[in-house]
Design a protein around this ligand. Structure first.
Ligand code: URA
Length: 215
């Protein structure tokens, strides 16, 4: 199931606009913080779908029953571009465990590449709620390979995927490969991909904008 949050105007529209705007992007601290803010909004949205139990607390005046999150969460992301979005979710889901994957494009020619996953750090995922973040879902291949690697650590109770911007092609690839039980939360869906699998209009390279150019 796809939750495209751009379908309803909200404060999220401002954060998405700012990460896309090539002038505002020059401020890398703001770029990272905007991705983090998008992660915070996504955490709030997902929190409405989680399981809670009633627990008694005592205020200075009385005792009362309040809802407390029952689900155990693991937040997974793909290094390095996923870090600010991951941090945004962690700001709200502050007791969640984290998992990290490295996935990179291995170019065979200028436009031909395969995605390689070569590092995984994850707790046991059995019966947990797994939230995988990737700021830009282009072909969906990095996310899918990361998901497959994560499943080697157990089968989660529920899986959510979070992206700031996704391509329509990436979404339909993930829907086909991961099935309809997975919920995909996106800040915007763009229609085009370049030959090098950059999203158009997109925003450019999220990792470089957050952390600088790489070799
Ligand atoms: N990753 C990015 O950072 N940008 C894109 O457009 C696609 C993948």
């Amino acid at each position: 199931m796809i939750h495209d949050l751009s379908k309803k105007n909200s404060i999220l529209s401002k954060f998405i606009r700012e990460i896309r705007d090539s002038e505002i992007q020059k401020d890398s601290m703001r770029f990272r913080r905007n991705l983090e803010r998008i992660g915070e909004v996504m955490a709030y949205e997902i929190s409405q779908e989680l399981e809670y139990t009633q627990t008694e607390i005592v205020t200075p005046l009385a005792s009362m029953d309040v809802p407390v999150l029952k689900d155990e969460l693991v937040l997974a992301t793909i290094l390095r571009a996923g870090l600010p979005l991951h941090q945004g979710l962690l700001n709200y889901f502050d007791t969640a465990d984290s998992a990290f994957v490295t996935a990179y494009r291995k170019y065979d020619s200028a436009d031909e590449f395969t995605v390689e996953v070569d590092y995984l750090s994850a707790p046991d995922l059995t019966e947990k709620v797994l939230i995988i973040t990737d700021p830009m879902i282009a072909t969906g291949s990095s996310l899918y390979k990361s998901y497959k690697a994560l499943l080697s650590r157990g089968i989660p109770k529920k899986i959510h995927v979070v992206a700031a911007i996704a391509s329509a092609q990436g979404i339909s690839f993930l829907k086909k490969k991961m099935g309809s039980d997975i919920k995909i939360w996106v800040g915007a869906v763009d229609l085009e991909l370049t030959a090098k699998a950059y999203i158009v209009p997109g925003l450019g390279d999220a990792g470089d904008l957050a952390y600088g150019n790489k070799e």
